[in-house]
Design a protein. Structure first.
Length: 110
């Protein structure tokens, strides 16, 4: 089994990127590569689904924050689907849950 599985799906201008496994120093390159590929088509919204993520370290967190910064600079949105408690704790401790757009369910993103 891979440490991290990344799957993307285009949904009419909204790209859903689902992460499953551990997002850390060893796997962050895979996410960065996929985000660059997705961003090249300039979707209006990128949904980063962390609901199946089991671990997030500071390197992974930085990857998500920089994706949000790039989107804002380009007039797009990044919406993060909340992960399990262990993943959400990282956002809470850093208070990034106040800064980033977060939802409980990807189906609520328009």
């Amino acid at each position: 089994m891979e440490i991290l599985d990344v799957q993307s799906e285009d949904r009419n201008g909204l790209v859903h990127v689902a992460l499953r496994g551990e997002l850390d120093l060893s796997s962050v390159g895979k996410v960065q590569e996929e985000l660059r590929r997705v961003e090249a088509s300039s979707p209006r919204v990128v949904v980063l689904d962390l609901s199946k993520l089991t671990f997030l370290d500071s390197t992974g967190l930085r990857c998500l924050v920089t994706a949000d910064e790039r989107a804002r600079d380009e007039g797009r949105r990044v919406v993060i689907v909340r992960g399990p408690e262990a993943v959400q704790r990282v956002f809470s401790i850093t208070r990034l849950d106040d800064r980033l757009e977060m939802v409980d369910d990807a189906s609520t993103v328009a």
